[in-house]
Design a protein around this ligand. Structure first.
Ligand SMILES: Cc1cc2nc3c(=O)[nH]c(=O)nc-3n(C[C@H](O)[C@H](O)[C@H](O)COP(=O)(O)O)c2cc1C
Length: 212
């Protein structure tokens, strides 16, 4: 009898499980009214909700928990250098000890550092990032802090946050003309794959539910 050949597997314990999700630049408002940018990628969407995961000790998380709103700015492939300029920084001051040891430094003006431009939002106080092809204004609906003890000290911990998207801004050149649809031919998101930046790659076609 013929058996199908499939690859052998190894049992491994990878240090991270970043299996490839889009890079999101979260903009939030600091207590003094200035804006912060948090690069992140632990995010997924369903209907009008986006669920994100943020490590404790970050400025973006503190801002989001205090103000309950943010903008999720989706980075494009062409923004990978700007994202990496922001990568070793935090809006937190002081930067938590465990992050300092990992090579992070404080940065108050991430828009200038990344060469990015702020645009006012319609429904939230935090600004949008003009360079990002998709900008989702959102408000927090639920959050879970875990593990709570680790969250309270320098060791990290993390938060899982559910956001309701209130308003979507899209660059005109990624919208199918005359429709409400994003054009996957022109939209080229940046992905974070096991701590490497990758692009969209080859298009293989669409699902039976695609409308355009
Ligand atoms: C591409 C990329 C993806 C990241 N993904 C996440 C993530 O999903 N969750 C998270 O907590 N931190 C993530 N980080 C790390 C944060 O950006 C980092 O903790 C940063 O200092 C947070 O900035 P803030 O303290 O100003 O909010 C990511 C960083 C990069 C460059």
């Amino acid at each position: 009898m013929e058996t199908k050949q499939t690859p052998d597997t190894l049992s491994i314990r990878p240090p991270i499980l970043y299996f490839g999700t889009p890079v999101v630049l979260i903009t939030t408002r600091n207590e003094d009214g200035t804006a912060n940018i948090t690069p992140m990628s632990s995010a997924w969407a369903l209907a009008d909700r986006v669920v994100i995961g943020l490590t404790g000790g970050g400025q973006g998380l503190a801002n989001l928990l205090r103000e309950g709103e943010c903008v999720l700015n989706l980075a494009s492939e062409s923004m990978h250098k700007a994202v990496e300029r922001l990568a070793p920084t935090s809006g937190s001051n002081p930067v938590p000890t465990w992050k300092c040891k990992a090579g992070y430094r404080h940065e108050a003006d991430k828009f200038s550092l990344g060469g990015l431009h702020a645009r006012p939002s319609l429904k939230v106080a935090a600004p949008r990032i003009a360079e990002c092809p998709l900008q989702l204004e959102a408000r927090m609906t639920h959050h879970v802090l875990r593990p709570l003890e680790a969250w309270r000290d320098d060791a990290g911990g993390f938060a899982i946050i559910e956001l309701e998207v209130l308003h979507v801004h899209a660059h005109a050149d990624i919208v199918v003309p005359g429709t409400q649809h994003i054009d996957p031919v022109h939209y080229a998101p940046l992905f974070y794959l096991f701590r490497h930046y990758v692009g969209r790659g080859t298009a293989f076609g669409k699902t039976f539910k695609a409308q355009v």
